[in-house]
Design a protein around this ligand. Structure first.
Ligand code: HAM
Length: 429
């Protein structure tokens, strides 16, 4: 009994499988990465959208695709007490489009509707390095316009985000998946080819439901047989070909390097025409740091009007891992600039007031709480990373001063209490 309750108590501290907590100081890196990914999109007119963490299951089964791994194997679903079937969102695109349709944003006469988002997503996957059951994405979607410039804009924004973060070893893979005119012809040609191969039962079934996904099979035995598989690029209709060439030309003009990958299919069914993925070579098998593409048919798939759209989502967790693998240190703002160390009750009250004044003046300031002794309080001051300690005892207060100690050089100056804020601000610039 005792062991049971102990082990369940231990388990209560354990984050669920495939998840992890973000804690200081690492959590600051995540915030900075989210911010850095969103910044270029914001500058390009994308407005912030936030949707619920769960949606009706049907949105994803219809939107992401009934035969995708995401829908068949990876959704966290639940039935509410009222009998509704809900799913924790496995991705953001279907939700953002649903929200735009629900609010009639597409009817304001100002297309494309440009939206960005940042949040948690959930997939019941086999956890491994870089693959989690709870992860974080920042995404951008441009809804309601068919224009190769928009595809190029989004790709450039993602490249700029990675570049601004200081990431270097990422590659952009680019493909076109055709449209409702040319894709079915290609699909049939691919099915013909695949039916002649030596494949297991499950893969044979996939040929009939989702043959493009077979191209993405990671097993050597399958890949070997795919060497002569027909490629979509040889089956694109004239309109898709011209569209794709325009996107490629725009990227080249913007100085964006890309690799044509005629086998890039992606794990979601809604893509048409432009599809792309950002991969990073320092991440092992989970190398995709971000991905996206055009989804001209998704709105109709979920019951809306025709709204050609394009977007991406970049994985925050994997971007952080990629930065780490390259040894990139982000320039993060100081958590604490000033740390107050009071000696005695009177000083506690006086310095607490000074800390409040510093914070109101925009200075990051913290305080030795809990009545710590001088030695412990100075240890905390050093640990906080602050540039200055503010130390005051009874004698200082009697003289109307506090000691401003530079924690780097050890130099100490007596500063009149009334001048602390101005003096600290002057030293911090
Ligand atoms: P996705 O490729 O499924 O696309 O996910 C985008 C990124 O999210 C991936 O490249 C990866 O970095 C990250 N990610 C996905 N699953 C996991 C996981 N289990 N653990 C850690 N990171 C993960 C989408 O979600 C589409 N909604 C993108 C899009 C937007 N397409 C058009 N608009």
């Amino acid at each position: 009994m005792v062991t049971d309750s102990v082990s369940s108590a231990v388990r209560a501290f354990q984050a669920p499988k495939g998840t992890y907590d973000l804690l200081p100081p690492d959590s600051a890196v995540f915030l900075a990465v989210r911010e850095a990914i969103a910044a270029p999109a914001r500058r390009a007119g994308y407005g912030y959208v936030e949707t619920p963490g769960f949606e009706n299951v049907e949105l994803f089964s219809r939107g992401v695709g009934e035969s995708t791994d995401i829908v068949t194997k990876e959704m966290f679903t639940l039935t509410t007490k009222g009998g509704s079937e809900l799913a924790l969102r496995p991705e953001g695109t279907a939700s953002v489009l649903r929200a735009a349709l629900q609010a009639n944003l597409h009817k304001t006469g100002n297309l494309p509707v440009k939206l960005w988002y940042s949040g948690s997503y959930y997939r019941y996957e086999r956890p491994q390095a870089g693959r989690y059951r709870h992860f974080s994405q920042v995404g951008a979607e441009a809804i309601g316009a068919e224009d190769p410039l928009l595809d190029a804009e989004l790709i450039i924004l993602a490249v700029d985000a990675y570049t601004d973060l200081g990431l270097r070893n990422f590659r952009l893979l680019l493909n076109s998946l055709g449209d409702r005119e040319c894709r079915p012809v290609y699909r049939a040609a691919l099915q013909d080819f695949l039916r002649g191969l030596d494949l297991d039962e499950e893969t044979r079934a996939r040929i009939e439901i989702n043959p493009l996904r077979v191209l993405d099979d990671k097993r050597d035995s399958v890949q070997k047989q795919l060497a002569d598989a027909p490629l979509i690029r040889d089956h694109l209709c004239e309109a898709c070909k011209a569209y794709h060439e325009e996107v490629r030309a725009l990227l080249t003009e913007a100085g964006v390097a890309f690799e044509d990958d005629p086998r890039l299919v992606r794990g979601l069914d809604y893509y048409t025409r432009t599809t792309f993925e950002f991969v990073h070579d320092g991440l092992g098998s989970q190398s995709a740091v971000g991905g996206g593409g055009r989804y001209d048919g998704l709105s109709e798939m979920i019951g809306g009007p025709a709204l050609p759209s394009v977007g991406w989502a970049l994985g925050v967790d994997r971007t952080v891992l990629a930065l780490r693998s390259e040894g990139v240190e982000l320039a993060l703002p100081a958590v604490t600039d000033v740390y107050a160390v009071p000696l005695g009750d009177e000083a506690r009250r006086a310095l607490f007031g000074t800390v409040t004044a510093l914070r109101r003046a925009g200075v990051a300031a913290d305080f030795a709480f809990g009545g710590k002794g001088m030695k412990n309080a100075m240890k905390s001051a050093n640990r906080s990373g602050a540039r200055f300690a503010l130390v005051a005892g009874e004698r200082d207060l009697a003289e109307g001063v506090v000691q401003l100690k530079d924690l780097g050089s050890g130099e100490q100056t007596a500063v009149p209490l009334a001048e602390v804020v101005a003096s600290v601000k002057a030293r911090l610039v």
